[in-house]
Every structure is written in structure tokens, then in C-alpha cells.
Write a protein of this length. Sequence first.
Length: 509
Amino acid sequence: MTIISGDVSESLREYLILTGWVKEKPEMISLRTKLGGKVPLQYPYMTARMQSVVGPEMAVAAGRQGILTCIPRSLRDIDKQAIIDANNRARLRQGNIELVSNPERTDPNTRLEDVVNLVGKTGHSVIPVFDRYSKLEGVYVHDPDHPPSVSPNTPIRELVTPIRVPGTEQGIPVSYSDQKEELMKIITEQKLRFVPIIDEKGILHKMAFVQKYDTNFIGMAMSTRIGWEAELEKWGSQVDTLMIDSSNACFEDAAKILRAAKERFPDKPFGIGNIIQGKHFKIFAELGADYIIGGMGVGSICQTGSERGNGRGQFTVARECAAARDKHHEKTGKYVQFVVDGGIGNVKDMTVALAFGDLLMMGNYFNKFYEAAARKFDAGEEPTYTEELIRYVETWGEGHPRARLVAMFGMNFEEALRNPNKEDISRAVERYGHSTLSAATIEGVVGLVSYRGRLKPNVEQDARYIKTTIANSGASDLEEFRSMAVLERASPETIRDMYPHDIKVREGK
């Protein structure tokens, strides 16, 4: 007989986080975590395994910020390798010296407001300041937690830290050599995080930065039906983590792949996804998964729930799977991380999700950035390569025919279709349980998302909101937040009241 669940599928957006007794300043809150206890990340974020999101540029940009990039299983091997190669070239380890030959710069008469806008656009907070002869006068360092309390029209020359005059102890030390041993000596002795490299005329040649943490960790989503053994062997040694990408991972082959991956690469975290019930979390946790990804039918490009009728509200998924995680940990002593994937529409939803999940996997969020793999469009919805004209970014679901075309021919599939080559296309359909193209259902859409700008400044800005929410809940880090957050369901009217209302907004969102 058909069973009717007593639960009601609820959305992340229906809930708010209550405040607690504040014991830590927001800027002191850490969002660091370790995937599977082994892969250190600066943010508890993973990019979704989406073609429209992940390419070489996203891997480099997200990886540099300490975010895990997840390569879609549906890309061609040549495209996967290009992403891995770009990511490897960008890798830095804590203490490495990075030389930047063309940093963002300005002149002494530029207004503070314009410099702050430059910082906001690029995410680079260290801005060299040159005189009209291209001689380095000094450096402006922007601290978003403690911005200058002066007029926005203030010339930046009044806020610049000048370069050090030889024989004095004031100002920013410089180097006349780009030898990393010499740079490291200056950085260590002076306790700096950057050093300008100039010539005898005072002309800036490079900026040297010391890396604060390891960067550019990357994961690979695996096929679940045809050829997974070869994929495991080919990609396993090249990435930091492997994962299954299925809209529903609850089938025997997923368990088989998990066992094989842990046997072949025992020291690499392996993730299973996606699931929506606590009992399935328990099964995969007992089988040895290091992290389990939850969510189905709630993604912004997904039609699995609306067309097929499978799925669950993400708040309900998060609550039940988090409870299963904690119960498994209490029983066995092993902590299996839970990743919330889908239904995360804004920073508030991110914070609600972090009350349950150890990490967030996001597609719509990263799809909006300049570094996303998909095409960019102007206000008239025409393709553009000019950054200043971008207003939208293209997106599509992995269950849409567009994804199959990209899987066969690459991102420039339209050109490739004019001269097609025969290629195995089976891997483009098995994510949704189909073995042939004709049997596959369309479970995603193609559309446009609003462009936000570059990844770095937006991630940093959103992180400040998340840290503030965590601090105001009374917690001091992610782990404590998960253990003590108090959530309350909000009525539709309350949600409406939370947004600006009864006014004509002239500035702000």
C-alpha cells in the first residue's frame, strides 16, 4: 500500500536564525573546514558539478579563494584535463611567494570612492599608487572591516602608506630583486604579506605576495554506469577528491563504485550524492563514504521535482540527514560530512543551510560570476565579451539536452555541430538513470541568471554577512554554529517584512 509521509517538505527560505548571546566579533569567525577531514578549505563551499559553472577560469578563481571546484562528469575528457591543468598551474601552498607583474593600480589624485569601487570590482585590496612619471609613491591597503572614516572624495594620496626611505624605519619596505629568497627574508623580518619590487628609478616591476593558505583543491564527479572503472583509474590520481554525481544515488552500482574507490584511493575523500532521506545517509555512511550530498528537485534549473515528481524540500532534507549524521557519529565515532546541494537562493539561505550542513554545493551562486564557464549576455540578451556590458550569464541543467551536446562536442557545440564526429554519448544521459538518449527525460532548463561580477569580491562580501549571522547566534565557528543554532519558521508575511518595504529603494538591493 502507498505510504504517506507525515513530514512536510520545507524550504530553507522559510526559516530564520534567532540571535543568541554574542561572544565573538564577526571578523574573528572562521569559515574554514576540511573536506573529509583531509582537504583544507577556506570556505565551506563546493561548486556544483555543472557545465555552465565549471571551466578552467572557475577552477583557478574559486580554488585561489580556498573553494573546492567540482568538475562535471559530463564533460569531454579533453575539457576535464584542461580544467585540471589550469588548476595545477594556479596551485599555491602556504608560504609560497607569488609574483604579480601587472597589479591593479591608481594615481595619487584618484578619489577614495573610486579606489574602493576598484577593490570591489576586482577583489584586490592592495593597490599601488604611482605618480605621473610611473614612479611608485606608496600603497593603499583596503580593509573592508575597518574602512577609512573620511569623505569618499578624499584623494587617495592622503591615505597611502609611502614606500620606505633607505635608512629609516617608516613606510613600506621594497625590494630591488625578485629572488624569492631575498623576498622571503624581507617578508619574514618585517612581518609583511606583500613587497613591491622596484628598480633604481622607483618604477614598479612586480608585487610579491606571500600565500596564507594552500589553494586550488579540486574534485571530479564520476559516471555511475558505463566506464566508471576507467574513469576511476584515469582521474583518481589527478584530483583531491572523487564523487558520484547522480540525481538519486540509491542504487547498488553506487555502493560498488564507493567500495572500489576507497580500495584504490584509500586516502582520498569520496563523496556520494545525491540522497534525500536519513536512512540512505546511514547506508552510505556505513559503507565508508567520507561525505554525502543531499538534495533533489530544488535546484534553480532543475525539473526533477516539477516534471517527474521526485524530490524533497531542502530544509527537510538538511534536517533529516544532519540528524542521521549526528546519530552515526555518536554510534560509531566516525563523522561523515553532510553537503547541502540545491535550493540555496541567497546568503540567508546559505546560513540556514550551514546550521545543518558541513559544506554547501552551489550552482546558481557560482554561475553568476564572471569566471563561470557559460556565455555572458548584455542587457539586450545578446552575447558579449565586454565585461562592462555583462548583465546575464547563461545556465542550464545537467538533465537538459544542452548538457548532452556539450558532453559530446564541448562548449562550442554549435560550431562543432556543423562538422560532427561520431562519439560515445552514453555518459551524457546516465545521470538521471537512463541508458539511451531516446529514453532520457528532460529534467533541466536553459536560461539566464543575473550577473554579479567577479568571484573574489562577492565571496568575501557574502562571507562577512555569514560571519555576522554566526556571531549573532552566539557561536564562534561553524562547528559550534551547527550545535547551537536556533531556527524558527517564519510566516510569509514575516519574510515579506524582512525585505525593504513601503519605500522606494534608491540605493541597495
